[in-house]
Design a protein around this ligand. Structure first.
Ligand code: NAD
Ligand code: TDX
Length: 333
């Protein structure tokens, strides 16, 4: 059994990664370390609790990270402050967790000589113009982040690259596009709109809604991370994406249709400051070098399943809904 330490495993992608790994890769013995911030929910791991070890802890706690990293063979690092809108209100938790937290893990990985995989985002590259559909991000695109969130993620990536070059740590990185699926926090675009409709509220579209995101179903992200753990080259960065470019307006209209609401049952609200216009991933490297392929490319079907999941798991989000919307309302969103 290989001992795997998963940071941020009670969050959206981390918890899906735990469930995926238990299902598909039983050779791993999993420990999750998670601070359980507002974004982490132990209930996301309820059905896995008998099979994993869960530790509530902060990745900025250097002593704890030193101990935990020393006890495992491999670290998969998901923990982060992850929401752009929050980073515009208060960047400090982003600076602490995304930068200081990543550095404390890197120092422990260096000391104990362990394998490390860093989970990052395509937002480190900034955005692409809407009128140049020929352009996509590649592994050679220069970093040009826009928000406090994406700049701290970019900083964390740079720390990993520096620890590889300066200290020879055995690390890989992946930068993925927008994920969707079960267990996503209801502050994020797709679950916010679904749970608004389920709560009798109108969905909220920022600005004109013509911004483009490159959507990937979360289990395609998970299988790509495992492909990198299995076959990736140490020191390399891999972009992960599933050719899922859609405007926000298209996604919202599809959700409305699937939930039996009129096409115009939504409100335009104040746009996000510095709103990135378009993200798009060229996935050639991971497809050609590691033989990875996405399996869930039908976004309509994926949205249908995601809607059903939020309907069936209302106990996981109902209690928080009002508070999340009240916070948005303060910003006119
Ligand atoms: P999330 O906000 O749903 O979950 C983050 C988890 O990290 C939570 O469980 C939270 O409690 C935990 N956490 C936060 N600060 C911590 C700390 N100091 N110590 C320990 N745990 C802490 O985020 P997510 O959407 O699942 O994103 C996971 C990772 O994937 C992040 O690194 C994010 O940048 C990256 N990513 C996300 C997307 C996306 O579309 N959601 C796309 C590409 C990359
Ligand atoms: O209510 C909303 N209305 C709206 O129009 C919200 C919450 C968002 N939006 C827009 C903003 C974006 O153009 O929808 C798009 C998606 O928004 P988010 O879900 O906040 O995602 P995004 O900012 O694109 O970042 C996500 O993908 C990359 C994740 O939150 C990041 O963690 C990841 O790195």
């Amino acid at each position: 059994m290989k001992k795997m330490l998963i940071t941020g495993g009670a969050g959206f992608i981390g918890s899906n990664f735990v469930h995926y790994t238990l299902r598909e890769r039983p050779e791993y013995k999993i420990t999750v370390v998670d601070k359980l911030t507002y974004a982490g929910n132990i209930e996301n791991l309820r059905s896995a609790m008998d099979e994993i070890t869960f530790i509530q802890g902060d990745i900025c706690d250097r002593q704890l990270m030193d101990k935990l990293v020393g006890e495992h063979d491999i670290v998969v690092h998901f923990a982060a402050e992850s929401h752009n809108d929050n980073s515009l209100r208060n960047p400090w938790p982003f600076i602490e967790t995304n930068l200081v937290g990543t550095a404390s893990l890197l120092e422990a990985v260096r000391k104990h000589d362990k394998r490390f995989h860093h989970i990052s985002t395509d937002e480190v590259y900034g955005d692409l113009p809407l009128d140049r559909p020929d352009l996509k991000f590649t592994e050679n695109t220069p970093y040009h982040p826009s928000s406090p969130y994406s700049s701290t993620k970019a900083g964390s990536d740079l720390l990993v690259h520096a620890w590889v070059r300066s200290f020879g740590i055995k690390a890989t990185l992946s930068n993925c596009s927008n994920n969707y699926g079960p267990y996503q926090h209801i502050e994020k675009f797709i679950p916010r709109q679904i749970t608004n409709i389920l709560s009798g509220m109108k969905p909220k579209l920022y600005g004109n809604g013509l911004q483009v995101r490159d959507w990937i179903y979360v289990d395609d992200h998970n299988s790509a991370v495992h492909a990198i753990l299995d076959k990736g080259q140490v020191g390399e960065l891999y972009l992960i994406g599933a050719n899922g470019e859609k405007t926000n307006k298209f996604i919202l209209e599809t959700i409305l249709e699937l939930m039996g609401k009129p096409k115009d049952f939504y409100e335009h609200v104040t746009d996000r400051a510095g709103h990135d216009q378009r993200y798009a991933i060229d996935n050639e490297k991971i497809v050609k070098e590691l033989g990875w392929q996405p399996k869930f490319e039908d976004i309509r079907k994926g949205l249908e399943e995601t809607i059903s999941w939020y309907k069936e798991n209302a106990t996981l989000w109902e209690a928080e809904k009002q508070a999340v919307e009240a916070k948005y309302k303060e910003n006119g969103q």
